[in-house]
Structure formats: C-alpha cells, structure tokens
Design a protein around this ligand. Structure first.
Ligand code: GAP
Length: 594
C-alpha cells in the first residue's frame, strides 16, 4: 500500500464496521475524542486483558484503580504544572493552533524538534518558511510558546480546590505509595500496575486514535532498591530485539542493532537491567497480540527528548504508513517521583530496608539545652534545636568551633556550641530508610489497537473476488468464532448449531451466530472484522458417520478441517492462547477441501 493509504483505508473500515469513529459527531464532533464501536470496544478490552494477564498477573504485580481527577498539589509535586508543556504556534490569519515541533519535523529532516527551545523553534519556522497547514498563511514571526497540556477543573463548587484530569495514570500509583507499600509487606522490589484513562489537551490531535485528548494507558511502576535489586534476566536473555540506541541515531549512517536482551544489557547498550527485562517481555507480548515484528523497534530517547522525570528512556515504536509511532515508553524515573511527593506531602514515601546484619555506626548527635535556648531565642527555640540536629547529621565538623551558625526562617543565628551538647555516639542500626527508584513501562492501549489494526489490514482474492480481511491474532480478535448453520430449514442442523454456539459462549468465547446470506458472504463479513475462525454446520454433521462433527475454517488461508463437536472447546482454548497452531488441528483431524 502507498504511504498514507493504509491509515485512510483503516479509518474507513474502522467507521463502517464499528471499530472507532470521531465522537459526538451529531453535534459537529470535537477534535481528539473517539468512540470505540462494538468491534473496537471488544478488541481494546481484549488487549487490556492480555496486558493485565502478562504484566500484572504473570509478574505477580499489584493492580490498583485510582481516580482520574487529582488535586493541584499532586501536580505541583510531580512537576507537571511547571514542565508538562508542548510548543504552541498560532496562525495570525486563521487563529488555528499548531504544535511547532511537529510542523518543523513534518517539513524538514529534523527528527527531534521537541528538543528545541521555543525561541529556536520560532527561528526554525522562519528559516524553513513554514506556512499554516489550515489557511496557508506564513508563520514566520509568530511567537512559539510553551502550552501546558493538563485539563484543569474545580473540585466541588467554587474555585477553592483546583484539580486536574491526570495526564498519566502513574501519579495515582505514586501518591498512594505510603499505603500500597504495606500491601507489599514493606519489601522491595515490587510492582504496581494500573490500566485507565489519561487526559492531555493536545495542541493538534492527529492520526485518529494515535494522538487523542482522552486515551487509555496501561502502566507498571516497578519499585526497586537500586543498590540491591537486580532483575532475573534468565527468562528474557535470549529474546531478539531491534534496537536504535542514541549512539546510532547520532551518526549520519546510524544502523539498527539486532541483538538479544542478554547481550544488550551485558554490553551496556541498555544501561539498566530492569529496562532490559521489560523490553524483553514487551517484545514477546507485542508479538503475541499480533504486532508485525518486521515493523517494530525499540528506540532510545535522545537526551533533550526525555520527560522531566526520566534519566533514561526507550520507546517501543511501530511503523504505519512509513511513520514510526511511539506505542510504549520504558523510563528509568529514579527516585524523582517519590522524593518529590515526600517533600510536598505529609507522609512517608520511603521503605525501611532491613540490613542482612545489624550495623554499628558512629552518629553525630546533639541534645540542645532547651532551658538556655528557650529564654535566648523565644519562639524560634524549637526551630534552632531542629536546625542544630540537621547540622550535626550533615556537617559534624561545624561543631569543632566555639560557635555554630544555623538558619531558621531565613535568619542566620549563632549558637554557643556548648548549648548544643554535641557528641558522637556509637549506635547499632537494623536498617535504613530508602527512597525506592522507579522503572516504568508505560503502554498506550489506543496506539496498540491502532497498530494491530494497521498491521492486520490485508487484501487478497478468494474465488476470483477481492477480499479485505483483518489478520488479527486469535488472542485479541473481537469475536473468537463465527457459527454458521449451512441451511436454516433443517431443525436438527439448526439445533446442533445452537448447541455449538451455546457451548462455546459458556466456555467464555465471543461467538457470532450468522444464518443469513450465502456462506461466502458470511465468511467475508467475519473476515473484515478479523474473526480468526468460523464453524460451519452442514448435513454431514447430523447424519451417518459424520454425526456430531463440524468444520472449522481458518480466516487467513481458508483451510478447513472437520472435527468432532466434543473437541471444539479444547481446540479453541489452544488456538486462542497460541499454544495450538491451525496446522496442529489439521494434522490431528480430517482436512476438508474448501
Ligand atoms: N507515565 C509515563 C507516560 O505517560 P508517555 O510517553 O507520555 O509516558 C505513555 O505516555 C504512552 O501513552 C505513550 O507511549 C503512548 O502510547 C500513549 N500516549 C501518550 N499520549 C497520547 C495521546 N495523546 N493519545 C494516545 N496515546 C497517547
């Protein structure tokens, strides 16, 4: 398919067959909001379930569900109020807003325009002679400014309690850390997941569900003690990955590296073992849900590209229409988030880590003489005592002279050292408080759905007729099985078809029962929404030797096999999980000429 046509064809199919469409269209629609129709909602929910199974259940992580609106102090602490901005340039002629870095990237060879300052972006726009994509007016001379992406609201009546719709689900996990750590028995490492909505007032939403203003994230916050906790890489060390590290991106002729997770971590290409661990799991998970791995890579963020909290970050990217789309980010957030919340909130965002053996340490301590401090410093006496205690911990040498100076409420106060009662004590300590570091795999569910649809979109010819089909993985397809009675006027045959549909539904499969139109048309309808298998019930299945047998047809190849009704549930369990291939079914039963 030519560039751009894949997205256009997909958008048309998505609307016509009920995957997704612009929302509130009866009222003219509003940019950046999409509704998932019956097919899309089922596909998205299956993707979320597959993610939950792999990243929460299989990993033994804890899942929570926090509110989507949070009070302002949360985002003051997290840095989103100050730093969660994109670059905005407005057209003086038509008033349309554009993302300055995207305009630059779309019209030059620059791939990392978001690393430019607003002033440099304005200069670049002038240098490139860029025009407004809406009305074609010149943009040179227009100011480029930082625009905060959070949606603001007020909690309750009036404006006393400002709040924001969360721009990432992660903050819901961080703010609850003091309580969640107890559920993890105060023991590192542990992971917490959340699947839910996030909101960003994107300047220019685009590519339908790829950049929206309301979307679903599936995030995992892995809390670790960086000094002690190493991941067990044995299960992922042989996983092959295609990497595009910073060093290659910075070369004129930079190449992708095909390597394994084990090698990449050992050679330091992936600096952090935990990031390597999750890249390995993600590679396998994306393959399982149906991403075309020939159109998939992991790209490391360039330094200027990283979010305000990230020390290192790799993106999972999929290719659609010649463009690379970021579908997940894997960030090393260090202790940024928990330290910030610890500073702003009135709670303990550390974990007490027991030493293997108790340690004997020398501690500088003070025991200020309050009987002297009180009369001398009045209301500031308690502050002076606290400041002396902090100074002893930070700089015990300061107590070597006759007088020490501390700062209380911005005022420098000199204190006679004797009053501090400074000493160095030998203490036995059982452990220490550490602020955990965070490794964060953050998946965009909508972009995953989009990639799956784009990579599954196929055209071919069946019996001389053009066919469009979605080769969606059985693991996530909206409908697992189509059930088709060949004729509707033979009671016994219809009864068997009803029984088959009921049995499969009772076993947890999504079944479409279709008894209208030619069998070819029924297949085409299911092919176009990605149903991987269809069962046909014919006369052979109710009479003679073939009684209680049906045929299964595989969507992508049209191959058919006849098998007993009693084997259906087990067969579909294997096909959906990916533990049985259709080849195995053909081998085990009787292939049928299509
Ligand atoms: N907590 C980290 C975080 O939010 P991010 O890279 O900003 O990191 C994570 O977002 C993922 O969320 C992205 O990789 C992308 O898949 C998805 N995402 C971000 N903005 C989006 C948008 N406007 N529309 C749809 N998906 C988006």
């Amino acid at each position: 398919m030519s560039e751009g046509s894949e997205s256009a064809a997909l958008a048309e199919l998505a609307k016509r067959r009920g995957f997704f469409f612009g929302s509130s269209e009866s009222y003219g629609g509003v940019g950046g909001f999409y509704t998932y129709g019956p097919q899309g909602a089922a596909l998205k929910s299956n993707v979320e379930e597959a993610w939950r199974d792999r990243f929460a259940v299989q990993e033994g992580n804890l899942e929570i569900e926090a509110p989507t609106i949070m009070p302002e102090p949360v985002f003051e602490a997290s840095g989103h109020l100050d730093g969660f901005d994109d670059m905005l340039v407005e057209c003086a002629e038509c008033g349309e807003s554009h993302r300055a870095d995207h305009l630059i990237e779309d019209n030059s060879n620059l791939e990392d325009a978001e690393t430019l300052s607003p002033e440099a972006a304005a200069e670049k726009i002038a240098e490139l002679g860029l025009h407004c994509p809406n009305c074609d007016a010149e943009l040179a001379g227009q100011e480029v400014e930082d625009f905060n992406l959070m949606f603001a609201t007020n909690i309750g009546p009036g404006s006393k309690t400002p709040g924001y719709l969360r721009p990432e689900t992660a903050q819901g996990i961080f703010v609850e850390f003091p309580r969640i750590k107890a559920y993890a028995r105060n023991s590192l490492p542990f992971g917490v997941t959340q699947v839910g909505r996030a909101y960003r007032n994107e300047i220019s939403p685009r590519k339908n569900i790829v950049r929206t203003r309301e979307f679903t994230q599936a995030e995992l916050e892995q809390f670790i003690d960086p000094e002690r906790d190493e991941p067990d890489l044995s299960s992922v060390e042989d996983v092959e990955v295609l990497l595009y590290p910073i060093t290659e991106q910075e070369k004129d002729d930079g190449q992708y590296l095909t390597t394994t997770i084990g090698e990449a971590v050992e050679e330091g290409i992936i600096a952090n073992g935990w990031i390597g661990y999750y890249l390995g799991i993600a590679q396998e998970w994306y393959e399982h849900v149906g991403v075309d791995m020939d159109r998939f890579r992991f790209r490391q963020h360039l330094p200027g590209e990283r979010a305000h909290y990230a020390a290192d970050c790799w993106d999972a990217e999929s290719e659609v229409d010649g463009d690379w789309i970021e579908i997940a980010g894997f960030a090393y957030r260090g202790d940024y988030d928990l330290t910030k919340h610890g500073e702003h909130a009135d709670d303990d965002f550390t974990i007490f880590q027991q030493y293997d053996e108790p340690k004997t340490v020398e501690r500088a301590v003070v025991d200020p003489d309050m009987a002297t401090l009180g009369p001398e410093f009045g209301a500031k006496a308690a502050g002076v005592a606290d400041a002396l205690e902090a100074l002893a911990a930070e700089n015990p040498e300061a107590f070597g002279s006759d007088e020490v100076t501390v700062e209380v409420d911005g005022e420098e106060i000199a204190v006679d050292t004797e009053i501090a009662n400074f000493s160095v004590e030998t203490q036995t300590e059982a452990g220490e408080h550490v602020t955990p570091h965070v490794v964060e795999p953050s998946f965009g569910i909508d972009r995953t759905v989009y990639t799956l649809l784009a990579h599954a979109y196929e055209n071919d010819e069946v019996d001389g007729e053009a066919r469009t089909f979605l080769s969606l993985s059985p693991a996530v397809a909206p409908t697992n099985v189509g059930v088709f009675p060949l004729v509707s006027n033979v009671d016994e045959l219809v009864e068997l078809a009803d029984d088959v549909a009921a049995e499969l539904r009772a076993a947890g499969f999504a079944v479409v029962y279709d008894d209208s139109g030619s069998i070819g048309r029924r297949y085409r309808r299911q092919d176009e929404v990605g149903t991987p298998f269809c069962i046909t019930i014919d006369r052979d299945g109710i009479e003679g030797e073939g009684a209680d047998t049906v045929t299964i047809r595989e969507r992508d190849t049209g191959r058919q096999v006849r098998l007993p009704v009693s084997s259906l549930v087990e067969t579909f369990v294997g096909l959906r999980a990916g533990t049985t291939a259709f080849d195995d079914v053909v081998e085990a039963y009787e292939a049928v000429e299509a």
